[in-house]
Structure formats: structure tokens, C-alpha cells
Design a protein around this ligand. Structure first.
Ligand SMILES: [Zn+2]
Length: 69
């Protein structure tokens, strides 16, 4: 269990374990996930609130825009 800062809103969220299980449904104690964007090859850690606000094909610029909203 650890804390990680959301790249979108800047909130510190709790994460459970490593990132190996990010694609499973073990999200009860985890507030966010590291996402890799195919569109530009970048990786960003985001809380679930920010993930909900991303467009379907997000880029690093969309993550930056989250923090400005
Ligand atoms: Zn966030």
C-alpha cells in the first residue's frame, strides 16, 4: 500500500500493491491506476475521477488539461 500523486488533479491517492494487477478488478483499496496512452506512448498515474473525465483516446495533453479545469 502506498500513495501516489494523480497526474491530472494532483490529489494524493492510495494504491494497493504494485502496478502488476492494474487490469484486474482489485480496486477496492486503490484510488487510481497507471495508464499507458497508445496515442502518444506516455504513461500517467490517474485517479478514477480523472479517468472518467478523459476522452476515449486520451493523450498527455488531456491529462494536463485535467489539472487546469
Ligand atoms: Zn485525479
Amino acid at each position: 500500500m502506498g500513495k501516489q500523486t494523480c497526474d491530472g488533479c494532483g490529489d494524493r491517492v492510495t494504491i494497493a500493491g504494485g502496478i502488476a494487477n492494474i487490469w484486474t478488478l482489485e480496486t477496492q483499496s486503490t484510488g487510481g491506476m497507471t495508464l499507458e496512452f497508445d496515442s502518444d506512448g506516455t504513461e500517467h498515474f490517474l485517479c478514477f475521477d480523472c479517468m472518467d473525465r478523459l476522452p476515449d483516446d486520451p493523450t498527455g495533453e488531456d491529462v494536463s488539461a485535467l489539472g487546469e479545469a
